[in-house]
Structure formats: C-alpha cells, structure tokens
Ligand binder design. Structure first.
Ligand SMILES: Cc1cc2nc3c(=O)[nH]c(=O)nc-3n(C[C@H](O)[C@H](O)[C@H](O)COP(=O)(O)OP(=O)(O)OC[C@H]3O[C@@H](n4cnc5c(N)ncnc54)[C@H](O)[C@@H]3O)c2cc1C
Length: 384
C-alpha cells in the first residue's frame, strides 16, 4: 500500500492499516510536520476512531476540551444559545471533543506509525497502472510500485487526476483569516474556554481553545470576495484589511482578528461531490475527494472516518483484485460525506445572515442544533 499525503487522513489510514497487519508506506511532500498557526477541532466521530487506534491518551494530554458551545450576536455579544460541552458531550457521544494543534496531532499519529514507513520530502507527480501494481513517481525521479495507491493528498490532489478528469474544485465565495492568540491577550473575550460562533452580516468568527487552553484558535470568515483568481490557498492581507472586515463587531471579535500575526486571507474551497472515488488500484480519501466548508468542523473528522472504513474494507480485499473492496468503501462513504458537505454549505449561509427576521428564525432553530450534532458527531464509522 502506498499512501500519497501525510495529512490527518493519510496518517490515520496508515495507522489503521498497521493495526490490521497491513503494511503501508506514507509519502509526504513536506519535509516535516510543523504547520504554524493552525489547529483543528476533533469531534466524537473522529476521536472515537483515534482512541480505538490507541492514541487517545496522547491526544488527551495535548488537547483542550471546550466547556460549552455558544452562539453569540456579532455586535452586542449576547448569548443566543449555549450547550454544555465537556463531560456532558463525552457522556452523550461516548468520545470527547478536542481542540488540538494540527502539528501535534500529526506528530502523535506519526509517532504511532512505523517510522521507517513515513517518507518525508516525497512529492508524487505521476502514477501509472500495470498488471502487477501501480507505479508512483516522485518529483526527484524516484519511483515505487504498490498494490494499491491511496490519494490522501488534500484539496489540490495530484492523484485525483488519475481518477477523474473533471475539475471539481470550487471556490466557495467565502474567505477567512485565522490565527492562534494567547487567551491572556483577549481581556474582552467572555468564556475563553468555550467553542463559540459570533454570527453577523456577511461573516462569522469561530474560535476554540487548544493545548492546555492557553491559546485560542480562530477562523474569521467573510462572504467575499465573489471570485478568487486561482487555486492558491491564500494571498497576503494587510492588517488594515483584516481590521476593516470586522469593523463595528464586538470588541472581543475585533481584538482577536487584529491580534493575529498571520496576515493572509485564505480562500475556502470545496470539491463538487464526485461520482468516482476509485479507478483500478487507485482510490481517494479525505479532502482529495470531498473537501468541504469548515463550518461543521468536519473536514478532518470525515478524513478520519474515511480512513477507518477504507482500512476495514482493505482488510477483506482480494489481493489480486482490490476493486471490489474499493467499491465497497466508496459506497459506504459517498452518501455520508455528501450529507456533511451539503450541511456545511447550509451552515455557511445561516451563519452570515444580517439582523432581521431570518436571523431571528435561525436563532430560534438553534434550539434543535442537538439533532445536527447527533447525526454528525454520533456516527460510528467502524460500526458502519
Ligand atoms: C481554515 C480551515 C479550518 C478548518 N478547521 C477544521 C476543523 O476544525 N475540524 C475539521 O475536522 N476540519 C477542519 N478543516 C478541514 C481540514 O483541515 C481538512 O479537511 C483536513 O485536513 C483534510 O485532511 P486530508 O488528510 O484529506 O488532507 P490534508 O490534511 O490537506 O493533507 C494532505 C497532505 O498531502 C500532502 N500532499 C499534497 N500533495 C502531495 C503530493 N503530490 N505528494 C505528496 N504529498 C502531497 C500535503 O502536504 C498534506 O500534508 C479546516 C479547513 C480549513 C481550510
């Protein structure tokens, strides 16, 4: 097995296969796991899988558990709806909710994998199928042959072009700013231990604590610009642009977005749902096949679910012809990931309503947010 991409999905797959006695090599283009200024929220549907893989204790040490989930008004900061998180959440879903630094999560996963099978500095550029396997070629000319190749290489996947020639990458019309800010620099922030959405006209701010709770990770989204010129993740955004995007918002919001040292505007991309997840001995996983808006905090969690299901299907695969196993994986995952993708689009519009009757209706509907959490966070990929 060769896995292209040592992101959250690729590494979880490597570990899941290893736990089932299947050897897998991970080929990651980066020279190390040290992405700066980025965190990820892991919900019970993801942490359940990670716990089963034996990394729960290490995750527990370097993650923060949010105290509450709170929705607030963008300008006056009033609590529109709040739900207990912490132990109540864990009791309800059988696994915790964590805020964790992305590099910490990757390092935990790598440490649990066979170190000889994680190859950094390997950028895959081409693959060709032959009778005896798939030949994978890297940018420096090296090549390997594998029985099955998994494209876990993210939203700008190279492997995807082997499966489909339709370009399904779509700019969402929304973009964001992000950063990690010490909580002590945010004196105006109420409930720094909670995961909070501040919802306002044409934008929202999401933040949650990570690590020991001393750092706040935020993503501040604006429903603009209408178009993005290319497929680049980000472009420079001077501090004045960031401040102007949230001018007039609650002081806690303004403090947070203006405190970031990352002066970039990130485009939010999605993949249009794909009807083809595999071809021959090559298969896709995670953002490579279903990149979604981050408003349910599910991109990484869905990659983790994919990994658990793909590993289970491959365990039962026919060694000479894995296509039945890959087809089964696709059938098990396609509907689920489409539903989460669609729901994340709906959330994007709801989070950005201007004050008025529609926003009031949304706020009343927040009373039933539990139902959304049930079908997303309550999902048990291994059982499925
Ligand atoms: C601003 C923002 C906030 C988010 N917040 C959350 C959140 O709170 N919770 C959540 O669940 N999700 C969140 N997501 C989504 C989440 O980050 C992704 O869905 C998740 O990382 C996807 O995992 P992946 O393994 O599929 O891809 P990635 O994590 O993108 O990993 C792909 C890997 O492949 C490598 N790679 C790419 N091309 C090649 C190549 N040719 N050869 C070798 N290696 C290659 C890359 O270097 C990378 O390491 C967020 C996304 C954004 C943009």
């Amino acid at each position: 097995m060769a896995i292209v991409g040592g992101g959250i999905g690729g590494l979880t797959l490597a570990l899941s296969l290893q736990s089932r006695g299947i050897a897998a090599d991970v080929y990651e283009q980066a020279s190390g796991f040290h992405e700066v200024g980025a965190a990820v929220a892991l919900s019970a549907n993801g942490t359940r899988v990670l716990r089963d893989l034996g990394v729960g204790d290490r995750l527990d040490i370097c993650s923060a558990v949010p105290t509450e989930l709170i929705y607030r008004h963008w300008r006056d900061g009033r609590r529109l709806r709040a739900f207990e998180a912490g132990e109540t959440y864990e009791k309800r879903f059988g696994a915790p909710y964590y805020g964790v630094h992305r590099a910490d999560l990757q390092q935990i996963l790598v440490a649990a994998c066979d170190p000889e099978r994680v190859h950094l500095g390997h950028r895959a550029v081409d693959l060709t199928e032959a009778a005896d396997g798939v030949r994978l070629t890297f940018a420096d000319g090296r090549a390997v042959t594998a029985d099955v190749v998994v494209g876990a290489d993210g939203v700008h996947s190279t492997v995807r072009s082997h499966i489909t020639d339709t370009d399904t990458l779509r700019y969402s019309g929304t973009s964001g700013f992000r950063g990690l800010i010490p909580a002590e620099q945010l004196p105006n922030l109420p409930d720094p231990g909670a995961i909070q959405f501040w919802m306002g006209p044409g934008g929202h701010l999401l933040h949650y604590p990570i690590g020991g709770g001393e750092l706040i990770n935020f993503l501040a989204v604006r429903h603009e610009p209408e178009t993005w010129p290319d497929s680049a993740w980000a472009r420079p955004a001077p501090p004045e642009e960031i401040a102007a995007a949230f001018g007039g918002w609650h002081p806690a919001v303004v403090d947070m977005v203006t405190a970031t040292s990352i002066h970039q505007r990130w485009a939010l991309f999605t993949q249009d749902p794909s009807n083809r997840w595999h071809r021959g001995r090559v298969v896709l996983l995670g953002d490579a096949v279903h990149a979604m808006l981050p408003h349910h905090g599910q991109g990484a969690n869905q990659s983790i679910e994919d990994a658990a299901v793909l590993a289970a299907c491959l365990t039962e695969a026919d060694g000479d012809d894995p296509s039945a196993a890959l087809g089964r994986y696709e059938r098990l995952r396609r509907t689920r990931t489409r539903q989460v993708q669609r729901s994340s689009w709906v959330a994007s519009d709801l989070l950005h309503l201007p004050d008025g009757p529609e926003a009031e209706q949304r706020d009343r509907n927040l009373a039933t947010i539990d139902e959304t959490l049930d079908w997303i966070h309550g999902y048990d990929a291994t059982a499925a």
